[in-house]
Design a protein. Structure first.
Length: 436
């Protein structure tokens, strides 16, 4: 009968642990969604991308035709005839008499720019793609911060439960010591030491609750919004202590190769290097001939839009700045140097990625090993505490043994909690290191 009750209790604990794990995952997903909507870093990254898209649109606009209209008037004291430009445009109209009014419309188009306009547009597109890659990495960083902050909250809450459980055990032992003292079995010092243990455990509860409040504040900052009420609900301590961490068979080489494919920083450096090359091409193109064409319609007379003088006009111009004192070459050399620098930074980032993946896997493996040892330690500490309490009640054990056993039990529970949530934090770090 006892075995059946034990098995039933064990199965209920496993079921409760599985349900708590599912609820944890659902709550974490809701926090990640809230962070995507509310975290200022993600919003700022989106605005940077919007600015890059605007720069791309501006670069594309430089390649298209431009339309302009102009109107002007000239008043003079006498009649004369002269060709004058219309409001700074390439078109000119004759002044026919003392009072002349002129109007013109014009369409201009860059026919050839030495490749500089095309290169600038391509550079702007690469910059926009790089901004999107940085934005994606920013979101991954926010997700990692939310995960770690969430697990820190759950760890702090669990340690708060451990502190409360230790305080409850201290009060039980104090009551037992007072009972034995009143029966004349133990000395007054046992009661005093038990009182000190109770006070110490109460201080631990206060510290644990403060740690939970601090962790909540950090989680709220990571999410960027108020936290749901569900976060206040604590999982039972027995369920936490029975939860199993997942085991991982680390394949560092494969994980590093996968990270190389996924990490947005590598994409960013590659895109920015190509952008720098395009900027070098744009600077070099400024030393080649620039060909512009214009067509328009102009009219002049004694009123706006007159019949006295009107005709369509067309113009074609070539501008060649074949020597600028070395300014274009300097810009070209600068852009090429920036491209080479980014390639070196890309190589260094690969080393950083390898280090981050290796460290995350090492932390995950270490936390898993610590959890196994902590669970064994907890089982032994429980038995040691039970024996110490029994021996003290039978007056064959000392008060110090009972107090030490209680402290060891509390430390063992805390170690299990720490190891378990270290596993969860290491999992989050590995996800982040892999660029997911």
């Amino acid at each position: 009968m006892y075995i059946r009750r034990f098995i039933a209790a064990f199965m209920m604990t496993l079921a409760a642990s599985a349900a708590a794990s599912a609820a944890d995952d659902a709550l974490l997903e809701s926090l990640l969604s809230a962070a995507e909507r509310n975290n200022p870093q993600i919003s700022a990254a989106a605005e940077r991308t919007a600015a890059a898209e605007a720069r791309l649109a501006g670069a594309a606009a430089q390649m298209g035709p431009k339309a302009a209209a102009a109107m002007g008037a000239l008043w003079s004291g006498g009649d004369f005839e002269k060709e004058v430009g219309v409001m700074g445009t390439a078109l000119s109209v004759p002044v026919l008499e003392s009072h002349t009014y002129a109007a013109a419309v014009m369409l201009t188009q860059t026919i050839y720019s030495g490749g500089s306009l095309q290169a600038r547009k391509e550079a702007a597109r690469l910059a926009k793609d790089a901004s999107e890659a940085r934005g994606a990495r920013t979101k991954q960083g926010v997700d990692n911060a939310v995960r770690r902050a969430y697990y820190a909250v759950r760890s702090a809450q669990a340690k708060e439960l451990v502190a409360e459980e230790a305080a409850s055990l201290a009060k039980e032992h104090k009551a037992q010591a007072e009972k034995l003292f009143n029966a004349g079995i133990v000395a007054k010092s046992d009661v005093l030491r038990s009182n000190v243990a109770v006070a110490s455990s109460e201080l631990d509860v206060i510290r644990a609750r403060n740690a939970t409040a601090v962790a909540m504040t950090a989680l709220r900052r990571a999410v960027g919004a108020d936290l749901p009420e569900e976060i206040e609900k604590k999982e039972p301590l027995s369920s936490i202590l029975s939860r199993e961490g997942r085991s991982y068979g680390a394949d560092t080489s494969a994980d590093v190769a996968a990270a190389y494919e996924s990490r947005e920083e590598l994409k960013t450096y590659s895109l920015l290097s190509r952008q720098a090359e395009k900027l070098a091409r744009a600077a070099k193109g400024l030393l080649l001939p620039q060909i512009l064409g214009a067509v328009g319609y102009a009219a002049a007379g004694d009123s706006f839009f007159p019949d006295d003088y009107s005709e369509p006009v067309a113009a074609l111009g070539v501008y060649w700045n074949f020597y600028d004192g070395g300014a274009a070459k300097a810009k070209t050399d600068e852009a090429k140097a920036n491209a080479r620098e980014l390639l070196f930074l890309l190589d260094d980032m690969k080393n950083v990625i390898r280090m981050e993946v290796t460290q995350a896997e090492s932390s995950l493996s270490s936390a898993g090993s610590r959890l196994e040892v902590a669970r064994r330690q907890l089982a032994e500490s429980r038995e040691d505490y039970r024996i110490a309490q029994r021996r003290y009640a039978e007056s064959v054990g000392t008060n110090l043994d009972a107090l030490d056993a209680r402290l060891a039990l509390a430390n063992s529970m805390s170690e299990v909690v720490t190891a378990f949530y270290d596993i969860k934090s290491a999992e989050a770090d590995l996800i982040y290191a892999m660029g997911r």
